[in-house]
Design a protein. Structure first.
Length: 116
């Protein structure tokens, strides 16, 4: 399964994403965030997709969908939205569903990776 993770604001949220990346077996990893989020580091092979989080929600959705189009191989993705805010979450979810691709929300807990 492929992992799509939003990298934005939120105390400790980058740690959540790092844990998912390191503990999971992912076919592909797509990290989405502002230019600042491009500073996120991981040793795992991934693609960083830069977005302008200051855009209106419909523009943001279009931007994400255009940048992900043709890159998702499966019919569903594991999605982490532990980082970010509502506007970003809504734009990302809407963009994924419009590709179309199904989503399974994923989180790292003390018990390991859990699909919600």
């Amino acid at each position: 399964m492929e992992l799509v993770a939003l990298l934005s604001s939120g105390k400790g949220s980058w740690g959540q994403v790092a844990g998912l990346i390191n503990r999971g077996e992912w076919d592909n990893i797509f990290l989405i965030g502002s230019e600042f989020a491009g500073k996120f580091e991981t040793d795992k092979n991934h693609e960083f997709i830069s977005i302008d989080t200051n855009r209106q929600i419909l523009e943001l959705k279009k931007q994400i969908a255009e940048k992900l189009k043709g890159k998702i191989n499966g019919t569903e993705v594991a999605l982490s939205i532990a980082s970010g805010e509502g506007k970003e979450h809504m734009a990302l979810i809407s963009a994924l569903l419009s590709l179309p691709v199904g989503i399974r929300l994923v989180v790292l807990t003390q018990e390991g990776i859990v699909y919600l």
